[in-house]
Unconditional design. Structure first.
Length: 158
């Protein structure tokens, strides 16, 4: 496994659309493992392919609970319900936080790291995290969705 470099605000790859993964093979599993390691090193709760410069529909999530880490290939939100106003940040935008609106509940279809089709029903923080990462695969960033006047710059120790 290896730590990858996280692409930051202003890197144009963050605005590109990611491609579907055709086969979940060892190369894909290695990228997913690297993504988990990179996310953990930065204490993040999620990371998407473009954030490490790979335009593939790959997402990892870890809420540091019994479910994690979760590895998703080609995740697709097939249903969403309600709204939640949440505080959000992104590893590509260090020190920036804002309030945004996310769906309260989502249903996601994806492949797992074995290539099996899975369905996840998520609410609360998990729904927020998955929605955030799926946006990355479309080149959409949380800063596009900020509730006006709520952006804060917070100094954190590196
Ligand atoms: Ni992000």
């Amino acid at each position: 496994m290896a730590i990858r470099i996280i692409r930051k605000d202003g890197d144009e790859i963050l605005r590109k659309k990611s491609r579907e993964v055709e086969t979940v093979d060892n190369k894909i599993r290695e990228i997913l493992d690297d993504m988990v390691e990179t996310m953990h090193q930065s204490n993040g709760v999620g990371l998407a392919g473009p954030q490490i410069g790979i335009l593939k529909r790959l997402v990892v999530i870890d809420l540091y609970d019994d479910n994690g880490p979760i590895k998703l290939v080609n995740p697709k939100i097939i249903k969403q319900e309600g709204e939640q106003e949440v505080e959000e940040g992104c590893l590509s935008f260090p020190n920036q936080f804002a309030k945004i609106i996310r769906p309260a509940k989502i249903t996601v279809e994806a492949l797992n790291e074995k290539g099996d089709k899975i369905t996840i029903e998520a609410e609360g923080l998990l729904a927020q995290a998955i929605a955030h990462e799926v946006d990355h695969l479309e080149g959409i960033l949380f800063v596009d969705k900020i509730i006006p006047g709520t952006l804060e710059f917070v100094e954190t120790e590196e």
